[in-house]
Structures are given as C-alpha cells and as structure tokens.
Design a protein around this ligand. Structure first.
Ligand SMILES: *Cc1c(COP(=O)(O)O)cnc(C)c1O
Length: 419
C-alpha cells in the first residue's frame, strides 16, 4: 500500500489516522507520508521516496537513525529478554550515566514517556511540599497529563485546554507568559505559600524554539528558593540536546527536579524524573508518594539509552552547533531573499525559523507567525526530499548524522521554493 492508501485505511481505524495529532499534517494543509525505513539522516517512505530528516522522531534521534552502537546494544538486550518486571543491570547503568552528566539528579526514576515523567514530578513536588498549586508557562508543553492542559482564558482565568479535563483539575494550574518574571513574582506574592512548584522548559521547544531571556531562569530559581517551592526543569527536549548536561549546564542554573525523555531512550519509550535526594526520597517505597510502571526501566530501552549516552560522549557538540549556525543562517537568508521575513532562533542543534518579522519570546508572538507561508515552504521542501516538522511552531533538529552535503541539498531545495 502507498501512503495515500495507508492514510485512507488509517483514518478508519485511528482518529485522524494517527497516534499523535501533529502527525496528521493539518497545520501544513497536507496528508502525512508513511515511513518504512530510517537510516542516518534519512527517512524512506512507502512510496519509495527519500527525505533528509529534520524531525528525528521529534528529538530522540540526535545520533541519526539506526546508529550502529545503539542498534547493537538493543539487539543484544532483546536476546536477553524484553521485559522482566524486576530490577536489572541496565537501569543502574543508565541511572549512573545520567547522574554523571546531570549532577543535579542525585536520584531518579525511569518511566516510559516524557508525559509520565512530568506527571510524576508534579505529584512528587505536591507530595513533598504539601501544596496543590503550581506555575506553568503558556506555550510550554509538558506532555498530556490533565493538570498541564490548561489555557489562559479571558482575564487570565485558567480554563481546561481540552474537553475531558475538569475545571477542578486546572484550578490549581497558575499560568504566566514565558519570559515574564514579573508575572511569576505576582503569582507568588498572591499565593506563594500554596504553590508547590514551577515547571518550565528551560529553553522552550514546543512553541517553536524560544530562548530564556537573561535572568529569567535565575529569577525562577530565586523565587522558588524564597518561597520553598520546587523548581522543575522539563528537559525532555533540551536534555543531551543543548549540551550533554542539558539546559541546566548551558545556563548554569540548578533545578530541584529534572524531567528527561526523548534522547535518553535512544528511540525507545523512556522518560525519567529525578533530582535532589531529599525530595526523591519522598517516592514510594521509601516515602509516601506513589508511582509505578509495568515497563519502567525496560531492559531493551535502558540498553539503547545507555549506548546513546556513551556515543554522545564521543560527539563534538560545539562543532555541530557551529555547522548548524552556518546552515540555518544561510537558510534564513535564502527565504528572506524571497521577500518572506523570518526570525531565526537556534541553540546548538535545535532551531526554528519563524515566518515573522518580529522576534519571538513567548506564545503570543509565536502565534502571530505566518502559518500559510510556512505551509507553502513545508510542502515544497517535502516535495524536494526535505522532511521538516509539520507545523511552523515546532523545533527542527540537526543531528550528528547530517553531512555538509545534506545541508547543501537542503539549501538548494530552499532556493527553489516559490511563495
Ligand atoms: C515531548 C515532550 C514531553 C512529553 O514527552 P512524551 O514522551 O511525548 O510523553 C514533555 N515535555 C517536553 C518539554 C516535551 O518536549
């Protein structure tokens, strides 16, 4: 079956034909292609077409697809059994490797997705502080647990961001614009002794890439310390991406808890939350905060994750950053040369080229970008073999598998786009 036929069948079996909404490509007025194989920097669809990938499974595949060391480790682990539901070596080895790279994570717990990691970290922060409220930023994404799916309604009232979430659940969710430290301070001045935690993407990657303004993260750190609230860095995207030690290493700010996902699974379903020993020891069975998982610490996923982190130890992040800067600046200048103003944000191997003539520092500005222009660009790039995120407000990624020739081909494709 080709992509068109598969999609027609998929739509009868899954809502929108997909298992995660963005994959349906609605924001770019297109239908998805179905992938059959992926290797290095390339995706191959069932229609026999090859694409240079800039999505990489939305972040995990920083080494490129089928990195030989990661594949070998996973195969070896499968040959020893795919799941035990009992402790295994791989859990200890991966936890030790994470602890070395992210020293703020004295202790941690493995789960099976980023959603589980953030949901559990929130429960832990609430259990630890005995408080219910928490602060999240508009446009930050922390997976799909109920409490995080809140939107700012009129007069900054907090309303459920989706049907199915009771108002009783989001009434504890306090919202602020990203990069607005004064708004956070105001929330704490009003109800500081009821706020369990602030959860933040230390560099935001789910409204397009948005950098934290100077002093923003330090300000959050100070507010949490002052009020006895827990600072949670959601590093599901930024962990091992911005630097081996994540955004906390880049910006030199130490959170109390960190959530990880994506890259630590090496392409398998893994999440992880961890941090200060004093807080983590509130988790069952040592403490009273319950959390569990049938497949948590899965031996195949642990082996792939460990192999990924070991491979990253040999990789030159600074060189990839420099290559990504040169590539994305050229890309932006090509598009601007066609009369479309763009605002480029890049950190390390992550970037977003916003179709906007203004800087983007929060969700309001991200939402003002020209989504029609992005859709045109996306469709024509796809037709020329370049696979970009199917929405203009998403992060794109380069990888250690991209060659200079891949970048050159991508620029060549961009030169041919007609708006
Ligand atoms: C992807 C993501 C999540 C959710 O992870 P899943 O594995 O998709 O559940 C949480 N937080 C951030 C910052 C993410 O980018």
């Amino acid at each position: 079956m080709n992509s068109k036929e598969l999609y027609a069948k998929a739509k009868t079996l899954m809502p929108g034909g997909v298992n995660s909404p963005l994959r349906a490509c609605r924001y770019v007025n297109a239908e998805p292609v179905f992938i059959e194989n992926a290797k290095g920097a390339y995706l191959y669809d069932v229609d026999g077409r090859k694409y240079i990938d800039y999505v990489f499974s939305w972040g995990p595949q920083i080494l490129g697809h089928q990195d030989p060391a990661v594949s070998e480790a996973a195969h070896k682990a499968i040959d020893q059994g795919s799941s035990y539901g009992a402790p295994c070596f791989g859990e200890v080895a991966l936890a030790e490797a994470i602890n070395k790279l992210v020293p703020s994570m004295d202790m941690m717990r493995m789960v099976s997705s980023g959603t589980e990691a953030t949901m559990s970290a929130l429960r832990l922060a609430r259990g630890y502080t005995g408080r219910n409220k928490f602060v999240k930023f508009i446009g930050n994404y922390h997976g799909h647990a109920d409490a995080f799916l809140a939107a700012a309604g009129s007069a900054a009232a907090v309303v459920p961001g989706t049907p199915g979430v009771p108002e009783e659940v989001t009434k504890h969710t306090l919202l602020a614009q990203y990069n607005d430290l004064d708004a956070v301070k105001a929330l704490f001045e009003e109800s500081g002794d009821e706020i369990a935690c602030i959860i933040v993407e230390p560099a935001a990657g789910n409204m397009g890439l948005v950098k934290p303004k100077n002093g923003f993260l330090q300000g959050l750190r100070d507010v949490c310390t002052q009020y006895g609230a827990v600072l949670i860095f959601d590093e599901v995207i930024t962990g091992f991406r911005l630097a081996r030690g994540g955004a906390q290493e880049c910006y030199g700010i130490t959170p109390d808890l960190t959530t990880l996902g994506k890259i630590i699974g090496g392409g398998f379903p893994v999440g992880c939350f961890g941090g200060k020993r004093e807080i983590m020891e509130h988790m069952a069975p040592v403490g009273g905060v319950f959390q569990a998982g049938t497949l948590s610490g899965n031996p195949v996923a642990m082996a792939a994750g460990l192999a990924t982190l070991n491979r990253l130890a040999e990789c030159d992040y600074a060189a990839l950053e420099a290559r990504t800067t040169a590539f994305t600046e050229e890309l932006a200048s090509i598009v601007e040369g066609k009369g479309k103003p763009v605002h480029l944000v890049q950190i390390g191997s992550a970037f977003t080229m916003y179709f906007s003539d203004k800087p983007v520092t929060n969700m309001i500005e991200s939402g003002q970008c020209d989504s029609e222009a992005y859709a045109t660009y996306w469709q024509q790039m796809l037709a020329q073999g370049v696979y970009l995120a199917p929405a203009g407000f998403e992060c794109a990624f380069t990888s250690f598998a991209h060659t200079d020739e891949d970048f050159e081909k991508t620029l060549e494709a961009a030169r041919k786009v007609e708006f």
